[in-house]
Design a protein around this ligand. Structure first.
Ligand SMILES: [Zn+2]
Ligand SMILES: [Zn+2]
Ligand SMILES: [Zn+2]
Length: 122
């Protein structure tokens, strides 16, 4: 390995991926734990994903499975557009949808076609 110019300080290097530049043993340990360790005690109940920290698992759960911190299933709210009937999955998306005037003729037309296919709605 090349000698680092910072001769005074010891540069820690990861044994696994040989990434260097860790300023101390703790930083290196955190890196190993996060990147290479099998130590992932936080396992998702819904899929094989596992995480080294509780926070990451909670984030994964809510993102992937709509489950909150307490492990309760939170049904994803749907936000239908009043103008064209397009259904958005988030309020922010609906607001953006309205803002950028995504409600074009084609969207309206396709949603009418959709309603026509399920029932005769004028
Ligand atoms: Zn590494
Ligand atoms: Zn999962
Ligand atoms: Zn719309």
């Amino acid at each position: 390995m090349p000698v680092f110019p910072l001769s005074e300080s010891v540069i820690f290097q990861c044994d696994v991926c040989h990434q260097g530049g860790f300023v101390n043993a703790t930083t290196l340990r955190n890196h190993v734990r996060a990147m290479h360790s099998d130590e992932r005690p936080f396992v998702c109940e819904y899929c094989p994903a596992s995480y080294a920290s509780c926070m990451s698992l909670t984030a994964h759960r809510s993102r992937k499975h709509n489950v909150n911190k307490a492990g309760e299933f939170v049904p994803r709210k749907l936000f239908p557009c009043a103008t064209c009937g397009k259904v958005l999955t988030a309020r922010s998306k609906l607001l953006k949808h309205i803002k950028v005037r995504e409600c074009t003729r084609s969207t309206i037309f396709s949603s009418i076609r959709f309603y026509m296919s399920i029932s005769f709605v004028k």
